[in-house]
Design a binder for this molecule. Structure first.
Ligand SMILES: [Zn+2]
Length: 162
């Protein structure tokens, strides 16, 4: 098989020389480079002859940060401490912020730095609060003061459930 690869590499390089895209004195290094590339491709070939495409789950970096965000805790990849939510203040201790932390560990910008259940609950609260805040019957029924108290009470209730 390496004979075949070498033949392929030679043909590719010769084709480039004939097409005048490659000066003949660079043939040796080009041949070597092409051969190495073909060898690498060969090594990546599966037993069925197909080149496996890296799946999003496979790369080592995303796996690292994915493991850091579980249902109950988010683990700081800098010091290994666990939180419900990775605060800006904590990241500052490492000289980082949400943005640089995400970049450093290859975390998508849209990924909340919080435990999955914390993120889910926050979404739930937001979804529940919106229609309630907009309901005209509610706003009409309450004096402004009492409305604010109700909002605070709701928040307190939501926090108490947490
Ligand atoms: Zn930390």
């Amino acid at each position: 098989m390496s004979q075949t690869l070498l033949e392929m590499a030679k043909d590719l390089v010769l084709a480039q020389i004939q097409a005048k895209t490659l000066p003949p004195d660079e043939m040796h290094s080009a041949l070597q480079q092409t051969y190495t590339t073909l060898m690498t491709l060969k090594a990546q070939e599966g037993s069925d002859g197909s080149v496996p495409v890296a799946t999003p789950e496979a790369p080592s970096k995303p796996v690292t940060w994915r493991k850091s965000i579980t249902k109950h805790v988010v683990t700081c990849l800098e010091c290994g401490a666990s939180f419900k939510q990775l605060s800006v203040r904590h990241l500052k201790d490492h000289g980082l912020d949400g943005r640089s932390y995400r970049i450093k560990y290859g975390i998508p910008r849209t990924q909340p730095l919080a435990a999955k259940e914390t993120t889910a609950r926050r979404k739930e609260i937001v979804q529940r609060a919106r229609p309630w805040e907009k309901a005209p019957t509610f706003v009409k029924a309450q004096e402004e003061k009492r409305e604010k108290a109700a909002v605070a009470q709701r928040k307190k209730t939501a926090r108490a459930k947490a």
